[in-house]
Design a protein around this ligand. Structure first.
Ligand SMILES: C[S@@+](CC[C@H](N)C(=O)[O-])C[C@H]1O[C@@H](n2cnc3c(N)ncnc32)[C@H](O)[C@@H]1O
Length: 197
């Protein structure tokens, strides 16, 4: 599901970049990547997170994808600098990732799957494209944050089939994604890293 005006404003601003920098630093402390890694960011938005992923994790190749063409256009402009490692990007749905099985050493997803009605299907696709031993780095929000009595009138999210802490962790286990580190606030959401077994 694409973002409405309010969430576009919330993610396309410097406070979000600051928050992502703190989160990516924490994720880097949780699990580093081997040299020469090939990395995917799903729901990459305007590419601000991708810049920080490049800086901290130093992948050799980075693929970005998002459902929203406008976001991908912004990301391409942002990442046009020649001193980055090769970055490719496409407009696609996380439910049908246009990548081969076991193609990535890591997949990053910041605030994406809670926008997807069939979020378990998205998780299955992430597990499919990760190699065994590869790492899924995630930041996800719970409905108590984005569908409370105030936010449900401002933000636009799917209303059915929402996940909370236990649903999310069970779905990770079902995809053989073993959590190695999480920082969780049960009323807000979860930041973490999970390795594909
Ligand atoms: C809350 S924004 C987060 C953007 C960026 N990752 C960030 O943290 O600033 C969620 C992003 O996921 C994208 N998105 C939503 N549903 C998607 C889907 N089914 N497949 C791929 N991307 C999706 C939206 O277009 C949006 O760019």
């Amino acid at each position: 599901m694409k973002l409405n005006w309010a969430e576009r404003w919330a993610v396309n601003n410097p406070v979000r970049v600051f928050e992502q920098r703190l989160e990516i630093n924490a994720l880097h402390r949780a699990a580093a990547l081997r040299p020469g890694s090939t990395v995917l960011e799903i729901g990459a938005g305007r590419g601000a997170g991708a810049e920080i992923i490049i800086e901290k994790f130093k992948p050799s190749r980075l693929h970005l994808m998002d459902l929203d063409r406008e976001m991908i256009i912004k990301a391409r402009k942002r990442l046009a600098a020649s001193d980055h490692p090769p970055v490719s990007s496409c407009v696609a749905d996380v439910l049908r990732l246009p990548y081969n099985d076991a193609m990535f050493d890591a997949v990053f997803g910041f605030g994406v799957l809670h926008h997807v009605p069939d979020w378990r299907g998205g998780l299955a696709e992430i597990a499919r494209v990760l190699r065994t031993g590869g790492c899924y780095f995630f930041e996800e929000l719970y409905p108590s944050l984005y569908q409370n009595f105030i936010t449900r009138h401002i933000l636009l999210h799917p209303t059915e089939n929402r996940f909370k802490s236990e649903d999310w962790k069970a779905a990770l286990r079902q995809q053989n994604l073993k959590v190695v580190k999480t920082l969780e606030k049960k009323m807000l959401g979860i930041l973490g890293a999970a390795v594909k077994e």
